[in-house]
Design a protein around this ligand. Structure first.
Ligand code: HEM
Length: 589
């Protein structure tokens, strides 16, 4: 368990742009991956230099005699474990020390290139199966979803989220998922666009005030740390939309905000620490960060309990259909909590409601902030993309704030959001543990019948690998929002973007169905994110409102932006940008 926890983030700082290791691809490996796709209508392309950044690979890799005792012990265990009942599954031969000093998912990518789309990674006494194949991902997430649970992730999150959807046991999950999913109905999303507008407006106003002050000093730009700004913005949005609480974090500080950040930081720390220290008896009283964590948790729980009681005191019993048909845009409180409390049906306990709210607070906050951060990271290096987005924003919004109908029309901005999620999926790995023996889809070289997975195996579905796979994406490292517009190639398989918009059935954003699980920004199957449309719209509105008013560029060079991972991929020292008022507004006449 401790090892698994460590694996979530074994030393995690790295520059966003690093040297390529893709020269290590061999033709036999490409056929391994290619064959796995004979099961589906996707066209495998020949892997080419991807420019993927992996630190210690190829000539960088340490010579054998420099490997540590730990590495050798690990390799021995790897060999022992290879005789296990996972058959001929390739084993990652990388040294354990390769994992340190860079995010785990970089190493997992290297091994994907070396060993193919399903391999076993031995780490200490435990083996993990790493999956970078859409067919296998689809099997685990959708076709045989209930043969797996969240494994180590649930262990880490349960003390914070209780029986919220992410760590919940299957029985609880079924009941709560049925109650929560209808809450994200069309009328709710429409009302939420106004909440997104109001919150983004606060950020715009804050920047405008700062620019006014700068102007008085003769400056035309301000330096802003955008990751924190997005974090505040996303917190305000999640508070208002999920439980009708205004954190107001864009403009002020409060004990509740401090407690939320403290709790988020503890969740992050737990996902990156070797030992599950929080499980030690007395740790709560002896370890200062544990004491602080429990104090923070109490502040948030008290706040949520109070909000739940208030919502119950004003309960208006209704049913899902009536709520869905109502216009919520003028309602005093159109939050998800209101929906959960008012809805007819099985009453949840107050503790369960609190767990649900806490889960959505954590699941919906950092993730969205990270999407906006990485979108800005790329836009700030591409003034032509900013200009294109601004032309679209001007023509759709004509100076207004976005409505739901506008969001639908902001095609290019939506693709920017999707492309940011492709390059930086949040989280980069989906974690599962097998609850019973299973057989993965076969078709790989060496496993025509599919690998056997015994009960109790931990699996990582590497969304990062899938999203940057040179087998499915043309120039996978390149930020190219318009790649999603390309259907199957007319000029040869190498140009195919791994994506078929005709399978979308009216979807507003690229999704896993269109890409047949080669694009998985919100997971897939029954455990797919409940807030996917909410998050995509929120990100689109926030970007549109900021680009409507400002130009942005990086303060330093892109290489200076270091990344760290926990549950999400974020920057080590913030995303420092220079913001100025827009130079050119598109002439709409
Ligand atoms: C860009 C923002 C977001 C991203 C990238 C994201 C991503 C994901 C992913 C990948 C999963 C599946 C995890 C797995 O299969 O192990 C998930 C689950 C979940 N997400 Fe999101 N999410 C985002 C925003 C939100 C928001 C805004 C909410 C709620 C308001 C939310 C609530 C949830 C919940 C409750 C689950 C668990 C679903 C279940 O197990 O039934 N997420 N999210």
């Amino acid at each position: 368990m401790a090892m698994a926890t460590t694996l979530l983030n074994a030393g995690s700082v790295s520059s966003v742009t690093q040297s390529s290791s893709s020269g290590r691809l061999s033709s036999s490996k490409s056929s391994v991956v290619g064959q796995s796709f004979s099961l589906r209508p996707l066209i495998p392309c020949k892997p080419r230099s991807s420019g993927i950044r992996c630190v210690k690979t190829g000539s960088d890799r340490k010579p054998e005699n420099e490997r540590t005792l730990l590495d050798n012990a690990s390799n021995l265990l790897t060999n022992l474990l290879s005789g296990g009942n996972m058959g001929t599954m390739p084993i990652a031969e990388g040294a354990v020390s390769d994992l340190f000093g860079r995010p785990l998912f970089f190493a997992l990518y290297d091994w994907f290139m070396q060993h193919g789309p399903v391999y076993k990674l031995a780490f200490g006494p435990k083996a993990f199966v790493v999956v970078s194949d859409p067919v296998v991902a689809r099997h685990i997430l959708r076709e045989n979803a209930f043969a797996y649970d969240k494994g180590v992730l649930a262990d880490i999150l349960e003390p914070i989220m209780g029986k919220g959807l992410i760590p919940a046991d299957l029985e609880t999950w079924k009941v709560r998922r049925r109650a929560i999913v209808p809450g994200f109905h069309a009328a709710y999303l429409e009302a939420m666009v106004q909440v997104f507008d109001n919150c983004a407006e606060r950020t715009v106003e804050k920047f405008e005030k700062l620019l006014d002050s700068a102007q008085q000093e003769g400056k035309s730009e301000i330096e802003m740390e955008m990751e924190s700004e997005y974090s505040n913005l996303a917190l305000d949005i999640i508070g208002l939309s999920v439980f009708n609480y205004d954190f107001g974090s864009v403009t002020r500080e409060s004990p509740v905000i401090a407690a939320v950040y403290g709790t988020l930081s503890e969740a992050e720390h737990r996902s990156t620490f070797y030992i599950p220290y929080w499980k030690f008896p007395l740790s709560r009283w002896l370890v200062p960060r544990q004491r602080k964590f429990h104090e923070d948790l109490k502040v948030i729980n008290d706040c949520l309990d109070d909000l739940i009681k208030r919502a119950q005191a004003t309960r208006q019993e209704t049913d899902v259909e009536a709520l869905q048909q109502r216009d919520l845009t003028t309602a005093q409180d159109s939050s998800l909590l209101r929906f959960l409390v008012d809805m007819r049906g099985e009453d949840a306990t107050n503790k369960q409601l609190r767990d649900d709210l806490m889960t959505m607070l954590i699941a919906g906050h950092e993730t969205t902030a990270a999407v906006l951060t990485w979108a800005t990271y790329y836009l700030a290096q591409n003034p032509d993309m900013i200009a294109k987005a601004q032309a679209e924003i001007d023509s759709v919004l004509r100076g207004r704030r976005p409505t739901l109908e506008d969001v639908k029309k902001l095609q290019y901005v939506k693709l920017i959001v999707a492309e940011s999620l492709r390059l930086f999926p949040q989280p980069p790995l989906l974690i599962r543990r097998s609850l019973k023996p299973d057989t993965l889809p076969g078709g790989h070289k060496g496993d025509p019948n599919g690998y056997s997975i015994p009960k109790g195996v931990d699996l990582f579905i590497s969304v990062y690998n899938l999203h940057r796979s040179p087998y499915f994406w043309d120039e996978p490292e390149k930020f190219n929002p318009e790649r999603f517009l390309k259907a199957k190639p007319s000029d040869g398989i190498e140009k195919w973007a791994g994506f078929d918009p005709t399978r979308g059935q009216g979807a507003l954003y690229p999704n896993e169905v269109m890409a047949d699980f080669a694009f998985l920004p919100f997971g897939g199957g029954p455990r797919k994110c409940v807030g996917d449309q909410f998050a995509l719209m929120e990100s689109t509105v926030a970007l549109a409102m900021l680009l409507q008013k400002f130009d942005v560029k990086l303060r330093g060079s892109p290489d200076e932006v270091e990344l760290v991972t926990g549950a999400t991929i974020h920057t080590k020292n913030g995303l420092w940008c220079k913001l100025s008022r827009r130079k050119s507004i598109t002439n709409l006449n």
